[in-house]
Write a protein that binds this ligand. Sequence first.
Ligand SMILES: [Zn+2]
Length: 387
Amino acid sequence: MEPSMSKAKALQQTLGAASERMVASLAALVARESPSTDKASLDQLAAILADVWRDLGASVEVIENLERGNHVRVVVGGSLQTEATQPGLILGHFDTVWPVGTTARRPMTVAGGRAMGPGTFDMKAGLVIAEYAVRAIRELGLTLPRPIELLLNSDEEIGSGTSRALIEEAASRAAYVLVLEPAVPGGALKTARKGVGDFRVEVVGRASHAGAAHDEGVNAIEELAHQILRLQQMTDYAVGTTVNVGVVGGGTRPNVVAAGAWAEVDVRAWTRDEAERISAAIRGLQPVNPDTVIHVSGGFDRYPMERTPGTVALFETARRLGQEMGLELTEQASGGASDGNFTAALGVPTLDGLGAVGDGPHAEYEYVEVASLPERAALLASLLCEL
Ligand SMILES: [Zn+2]
């Protein structure tokens, strides 16, 4: 590293030369299919990732998981027990939405500057970016101001049920959280995310013969129809709150007055206050027909990731480091949730979307821009050296 060169510039140069190796590493990860519900596949990939990081000299713990795939904890540049300084936390997930067999039909291909394939963008490229960021830091002999904890979970795409506690525990001792989820198409970082609530609304009526005793029945489907309209009308685009009745069911046979009906509802909001308000509104639904009973269950699983001053400060640092590398980084808010919602809800500054640039998450055309792999790795490495 020439003395006159900034760290960011030196990292950019070192990683620029690693571009082909990064693509090869990505191809290897994509070939290891890892759907969220396939424990055997996930455990194999967890072991492979653990080996990658052990080879890098990190201390690695494979966290055994009876229910889902194992998770992996990596510590770089110190130990969590002995250090007085708070660690930085990086979050990534290695599960994908693609079932085993997808890569047989659609293996990863590289053409026109794009690496295309299942799980590339969301988010195996993010895992490669983290690995090469640390490789470059090592290669240049740069020092980290604090230890880095990297938590790689196996169940993000199905809500992080078995990793949430690990994530929250790690976040509560961290100085900041960087999330390797994909960038907004175009490259923007994510400084806010909506919170997501899942509700179930059940209506209890009374069954009777649709011909012989229609008037003795209480039709739960009719009541649910009223409630569906009320729910949908709670959507307020001006404040960004959406209520989506996504799945409904009810009744048993056409000749029976329906005794039961239900709806599954997805709710999204930008702020905690709004999430609380809309939750109360849904829980407070009153029947139109007083002979029916309404039960509401569920709630906000992931609270909003709000754009706090701490998160803005992280973004500003990223933007400045990006400028040193000739990148014009912007920020955006996302309607989708990630594990960053958990950490931000604890009040820990969280910057998301640090993974690859590309498009098509969960879609057949999913791809990453190859040029973004070294670029994002250099950005992440500079952040780790600075924060
Ligand atoms: Zn993801």
